[in-house]
Design a protein around this ligand. Structure first.
Ligand SMILES: Cc1cc2nc3c(=O)[nH]c(=O)nc-3n(C[C@H](O)[C@H](O)[C@H](O)COP(=O)(O)OP(=O)(O)OC[C@H]3O[C@@H](n4cnc5c(N)ncnc54)[C@H](O)[C@@H]3O)c2cc1C
Length: 400
């Protein structure tokens, strides 16, 4: 069995590893360098669940599917951590994740999520008050939060390197700077690159939004937004009592974490017009100042940005649009956990004829405006979100 994987991010690397370990002749084609996309540029947060909370999932999809989706996400997290341990990848894994409310109006949403977990018979996150938050992460900014002991954070670059090394060791062939230009045929498929073409019985599209060019049912399903991250030098006195991951409830979400060596990795700036801020560090410092005023001028060692593909419903699309052709895209800000798991599921389907989970593959995904229209609407949505977040931040009660 020949399997071709298109894309060398977390999804593609996990797919290549699984296919090669399953005995398939596996070739991965990556347009640039490995982990050139979001997989090498993300904030490293291992976020429990999906981009929508449990209460929202229940309301949209009903109890049975909400439960099934949450169980799938938990399996994704468990598989990722077990794989990291099995392959002995040094990712600086740090457990514990807080989802923090930027405004008292969001407390009810946190309550709803706790209640939804309980109603679905799943272990709920724990609701924390401002004193607990401030003792754990050293900021008085947040008045309530959900604590997920099973979430956490890791070094995403090292995770990609480790998965790539394991895939190669299992017999997969990984080719960088080999963009797939065309995909034709129907098992065997033919993949054309600038350097030549390749035949494969199964194809796994792990190239995120770019999958749209290979099958019409995948086109126009995601919008792209820009997000940026910076890492400080190791701090003499890190702000958190223990190295945790935090994300907040703003539309233009702040996400940050403290690494094992005492750096603060701070991300945010969701830009829906797909534009990169001129000075990423200055823009991120403004966010950092809100959370840790004393650290706003701290020396920064690294800063970067990347593009996040999100579907309209914010849950990723997983599909087998024609027999033997698999695709997963639009992981939003949840790809560290879900993208490699989607790669695993697709490779198992391709090589071992396992079924893809219906609760995921049958999620409806609407068309999203593309090109200049998409960017224009994105700019308006960004302005609206910025205004709402600004109002909430200005009127938030500071915990005493
Ligand atoms: C700044 C930022 C912060 C983020 N923070 C987090 C976070 O903290 N937690 C979290 O869970 N998620 C986060 N995300 C999202 C997460 O990184 C992504 O959802 C995830 O990496 C998607 O993985 P992927 O393998 O599907 O796609 P990608 O990593 O985008 O990989 C796709 C690959 O396909 C390649 N490709 C494209 N077209 C072709 C072609 N024609 N031929 C061959 N190769 C092709 C690309 O070059 C790319 O390397 C963040 C993303 C960004 C950008």
């Amino acid at each position: 069995m020949q399997v071709a994987v298109v894309g060398g991010g977390l999804c593609g690397l996990a797919a290549a590893l699984t296919a090669a370990e399953g005995g398939a002749e596996t070739v991965l084609l990556e347009a640039g360098a490995l982990a050139d996309g979001g997989s090498g540029r993300n904030g490293g947060q291992v976020v429990p669940g999906w981009s929508r909370g449990a209460a929202d999932l229940r309301q949209r999809y009903g109890d049975d599917r909400a439960r099934a989706l949450l169980i799938l996400a938990d399996q994704a997290r468990a598989w990722l951590l077990a794989t990291i341990a099995r392959l002995a990848i040094d990712v600086d894994w740090q457990p514990h994740y807080l989802f923090a409310a930027i405004h008292q109006h969001h407390h009810a949403d946190l309550d709803r999520d706790v209640a939804a977990h309980a109603a679905l018979g799943l272990p709920p996150p724990v609701l924390w008050d401002s004193r607990q938050i401030s003792a754990a992460i050293g900021t008085a900014r947040y008045s309530a939060a959900l604590h997920y002991p099973d979430g956490g954070h890791l070094h995403p670059g090292r995770l990609c390197q480790g998965l790539a090394a394991a895939a190669i060791a299992a017999g997969a062939h990984l080719f960088c700077h080999s963009p797939v230009l065309r995909l034709t045929g129907s098992g065997p498929f033919e993949l054309a690159t600038p350097h030549g073409s390749l035949q494969a019985e199964r194809v796994i599209l792990a190239c995120d939004a770019a999958a749209g060019q290979f099958h019409p049912s995948l086109a126009g399903r995601t919008l792209s937004l820009v997000s940026a991250v910076m890492a400080t030098q190791p701090l003499a006195t890190p702000p958190m009592a223990a190295p945790w991951a935090v994300a907040d409830s703003a539309h233009q979400i702040d996400y940050f974490r403290q690494t094992g060596d005492g750096r603060l990795v701070y991300g945010g700036l969701a830009r829906f017009d797909d534009r990169v801020p001129r000075d990423v560090v200055a823009a991120l410092r403004r966010l950092l100042r809100r959370t840790y005023p004393a650290l706003a001028d701290t020396a920064v060692s690294h800063a970067w940005h990347g593009r996040i593909a999100a579907t309209a419903c914010r849950l990723p699309l997983l599909a087998e649009p024609v027999p033997g052709l698999f695709a997963a895209l639009g992981f939003s800000g949840q790809g560290v956990c879900l993208a490699p798991y989607a790669g695993l599921l697709m490779a198992r389907a391709a090589v071992l004829a396992h079924s893809l989970p219906d609760d995921w593959t049958t999620l409806p995904h609407r068309w999203v405006p593309q090109g200049a229209l998409g960017r224009g609407i994105g700019a308006l949505v960004g302005l609206w979100y910025g205004a709402v977040d600004g109002l909430l931040l200005a009127t938030a009660r500071r915990p005493r």
